[in-house]
Design a protein around this ligand. Sequence first.
Ligand SMILES: *[C@@H]1O[C@H](CO)[C@@H](O)[C@H](O)[C@H]1NC(C)=O
Ligand SMILES: *[C@@H]1O[C@H](CO)[C@@H](O)[C@H](O)[C@H]1NC(C)=O
Length: 203
Amino acid sequence: MAARVLVLSSILTFSCFAEICYGAVSFSSLERTLVVTASHRQGFLIAGEDKITVAWGLNRSFPAGTDSTYRTIKVQLCYAPISQVDRAWRKSEDHLSKDKTCQFKMVEKPYSNTNETLEWTIERDVPTATFFVRAYALDQHNNEVAYGQNTDVKKTTNLFDIQAITGRHASLDIASVCFSAFSVVSLIGFFFAEKRKGGKGQQ
Ligand SMILES: *[C@@H]1O[C@H](CO)[C@@H](O)[C@H](O)[C@H]1NC(C)=O
Ligand SMILES: *[C@@H]1O[C@H](CO)[C@@H](O)[C@H](O)[C@H]1NC(C)=O
């Protein structure tokens, strides 16, 4: 019994320890080794329609081997400070597992030691706000080990605005859903009415 408790408690201790080891990456500890750029048309970008072309790669002024632990690259769309004011659900936290700055994944793929680009159509669920793009390099344990972003440290340059799908679009979507539901119902109604008519005709 005592041995069992001991084993159990050491498993618990070990898993807590593992959690601390693997779960607590702070943003401020990451080195900015990735160069990230984002290009798009001028003006408000429309969710569901406009595209953003993102390019990323290792900053070659870092010594060779800097990226030896990089396994995965994760590129995300992130809220700029102006769109985080008074919105706790978008708050930046240094502790990355609690950070809510970057909520939209653009891509996650194996890291390669070359410049890469991606043309991303803004997803329809992106709300109206001001954004920037950030890429994280992840190691084999999926922990962030480096980053890059298309803006400066204070997140003031190269920001862009996205406009959510407009009310008109949304109500059109709702209208088309209602209309299709209505057509299905009326089709069924029509079918039964015809059947009844047919039945009467035979009598
Ligand atoms: C690459 O890294 C160096 C050293 O940190 C930095 O001075 C330079 O601005 C970086 N280049 C780009 C394009 O970010
Ligand atoms: C990658 O992009 C950087 C600028 O972001 C450029 O200086 C470098 O030459 C590119 N490297 C390759 C291999 O294309």
